[in-house]
Design a protein around this ligand. Structure first.
Ligand code: FES
Ligand SMILES: [Fe+2]
Length: 468
C-alpha cells in the first residue's frame, strides 16, 4: 500500500495508454530511468514475476553443469540435473541462508560442474535435484527436520530457442504464453540450433533500460552511426506485439516497400545491387564485431559481381545471394531452416523480448543483448551481448563470458558508437532542463510499448499523449 502511494507520487503522468495510442505523439517520463523508488518497485513487482532469459542450453551440456543468474538481490542456480532435464533453484542454503554459490569477483555469473552443492559455511550438501543429502550433526535437531525444511527452493524453468528462462513466481503463466506471439513468429529461425560465437559484458553508468533501448530502433543510425549511411538506408518501422516489440527496415515509398527487405539481409544502397549488397555485408561484418551476418554471407555477396549480369534487379540479387550462401553453408554441414518470405518479413529486423532481452536475427545468425540492474542503483547496469551462429557439428567455438572495456577494439566500431550514448543519455535525463521524451511514433514504438507494459506492471502509468 505504501509503495503504491510512493509510486503515485513519482508518476506525474498516470494514465491508460493503449497499443493504438502508440501511433500518436506521446511522452513518457524519466522516473523509470532515474528514480531509486522506481528501481525498488521493479525489484519487487517486475523481476520476481517475469520470465527472464538466464542462459543457453549449451552452457550446461553435461549432468552437473550449472550457472547462476543474478537479478537484484536474487540469485538463481540453473543446473542440468539429469540428461534432458534442467532444474533451477534459489541460490541460498536452507540452514542459515548463506548464498550457496559465490559469483567470483569480476564475473557476471558463476558456472561450473558439480555432482552436488556443498555450502561453504557449515557444509550442508544438496544433490542436483535440490534435495538435502548431508546435515552436519543432524542428531542435534532430534529428528525435527523434514525434507521440505532442508531442500533448496525450486524456481520455474523452461526453454525456448535454446535459451533457458527462469521465473521466480510459482503462479506465473507458461513460458510459451509469456513469449507469444514473438515465439511463434521467431520459431522458424531455429535459434536452438545456433551456438555462441562470442559473448562479452561490461558495466555502464546508465539504467538497464537506457542500455537496452539503445538497440531497439534504427532511428539512431543517422545520428550515431553516420558512416553506415554510405551503404544503407535505415528508415524503420516499429511495432508492438503484446509485451514484446519488433522493428524492421521500412520505405516511405510503397513501391520500394515491396522490393526492399525489412530484414538485415538486404541489397543496401547504390546503383548496382550486386556491389551494394557486398559492401553492406562487408561493412556490417567488419564494424559489428563479426556479427549481424556471417563469413559465408559476406563471401557469397563478394561473388555476386562475377555470378550475375549487370542490371540484375535487387530482389533477384538477394535471391541468388541467399541461395548460394545456403549452398555454401550446406556444403560444410550447416543446414539453414526453410523460412518463407512472409515469415521473414513478419519477423523483421530485431525484437525486444520483455523485459530485458533483445535479438537481431538472421537465418544463420543472431546478435543478442541482455541488460540487468546493477544493485539498487538506477544509474548503473550490467550489459551483456553475444553473437550466435550455426556451426558445423563439432566445430562450435568454445566461449565464455569475457569482460570487455567498451572500446571499438573490443566490440567493433558500431557497438562502441552505441556505447558512447549510454552515460550521456542517463545524465541528460537528470537535467532539470529536460522537458520530457519525444519518441518517434513510427520508429520508436518498441520503446514506448516497453514503457506502456512497464507502467501496467509497476501499477502506475508513465506515458501521456502529447496533444491531449
Ligand atoms: S548456512 Fe549453509 S550450511 Fe550453514
Ligand atoms: Fe546502434
Amino acid at each position: 500500500m505504501n509503495r503504491q502511494i510512493e509510486l503515485d507520487g513519482i508518476m506525474k503522468h498516470a494514465g491508460n495508454i493503449s497499443v493504438e495510442d502508440l501511433f500518436e505523439p506521446l511522452t513518457y517520463s524519466v522516473e523509470p530511468f532515474i528514480s531509486p523508488e522506481y528501481a525498488q518497485a521493479e525489484r519487487d513487482l517486475l523481476w520476481p514475476k517475469m520470465w527472464q532469459m538466464a542462459g543457453r542450453v549449451e552452457e550446461i551440456p553435461e549432468v552437473g553443469n550449472y550457472f547462476t543468474y543474478d537479478i537484484c538481490e536474487d540469485s538463481i542456480i540453473v543446473v542440468r540435473n539429469a540428461p534432458g532435464s534442467i532444474k533451477a533453484f534459489h541460490n541460498v542454503c536452507s540452514h542459515r541462508g548463506r548464498r550457496l554459490i559465490d559469483t567470483p569477483a569480476g564475473c557476471n555469473n558463476a558456472s561450473g560442474a558439480n555432482g552436488r552443492f556443498i555450502c561453504g559455511f557449515h557444509g550442508w550438501t544438496y544433490d542436483l535435484n535440490g534435495k538435502n543429502i548431508y546435515i552436519h550433526e543432524e542428531l542435534d535437531w532430534k529428528g525435527g527436520l523434514t525434507a521440505e525444511h532442508t531442500c533448496l527452493s525450486e524456481v520455474r524453468v523452461d526453454t525456448w530457442g535454446g535459451w533457458i528462462y527462469i521465473n521466480m513466481d510459482p503462479d506465473c503463466v507458461s513460458l510459451r504464453e509469456f513469449l507469444e506471439p514473438a515465439a511463434s513468429i521467431l520459431d522458424p529461425f531455429e535459434f536452438e540450433k545456433m551456438r555462441y560465437k562470442w559473448r562479452q559484458w561490461v558495466i555502464f553508468d546508465c539504467n538497464w533500460k537506457t542500455a537496452l533501448e539503445a538497440f531497439m530502433e534504427p532511428y539512431h543510425v543517422a545520428g550515431t552511426h553516420t558512416q553506415m549511411l554510405n551503404h544503407g538506408d535505415y528508415y524503420a518501422y516499429s511495432e508492438a506485439y503484446g509485451l514484446h516489440g519488433v522493428s524492421g527496415f521500412d520505405q516511405r515509398d510503397p513501391e520500394l516497400q515491396m522490393k526492399q527487405s525489412s530484414t538485415i539481409t538486404r541489397a543496401g544502397k547504390g546503383k548496382d545491387p550486386r556491389i551494394s549488397t557486398y559492401e553492406l555485408q562487408n561493412e556490417i561484418y567488419t564494424t559489428v564485431n563479426n556479427a549481424s551476418t556471417t563469413e559465408t554471407l559476406v563471401n557469397a555477396a563478394k561473388r555476386l559481381v562475377d555470378e550475375l549480369p549487370e542490371g540484375t534487379p535487387a530482389d533477384q540479387v538477394i535471391k541468388h545471394w541467399l541461395a548460394s550462401a545456403r549452398a555454401d553453408d550446406a556444403a560444410r554441414g550447416v543446414i539453414w531452416p526453410t523460412i518463407t518470405p512472409e515469415q521473414m518479413a513478419k519477423a523483421g529486423l530485431a525484437w525486444h523480448i520483455f523485459p530485458n532481452m533483445s535479438v537481431l536475427q538472421g537465418i544463420s545468425f543472431a546478435l543478442c543483448y541482455r541488460t540487468r540492474p546493477y544493485g539498487d542503483n538506477p544509474n548503473k547496469c550490467i550489459f551483456e551481448s553475444y553473437a550466435m551462429e550455426r556451426f558445423p557439428q563439432g566445430e562450435e567455438p568454445k566461449t565464455e563470458w569475457v569482460y570487455a572495456e567498451p572500446t571499438a577494439e573490443a566490440w567493433g566500431l558500431v557497438l562502441s558508437q552505441d556505447f558512447s550514448n549510454m552515460a550521456a543519455l542517463q545524465k541528460g535525463m537528470h537535467s532539470r532542463g529536460f522537458r520530457g521524451t519525444l519518441p518517434n511514433p513510427h520508429q520508436e514504438q518498441k520503446v514506448t510499448n516497453f514503457h506502456r507494459n512497464l507502467a501496467n506492471i509497476i501499477g502506475a502509468g508513465s506515458l501521456r499523449l502529447l496533444n491531449k
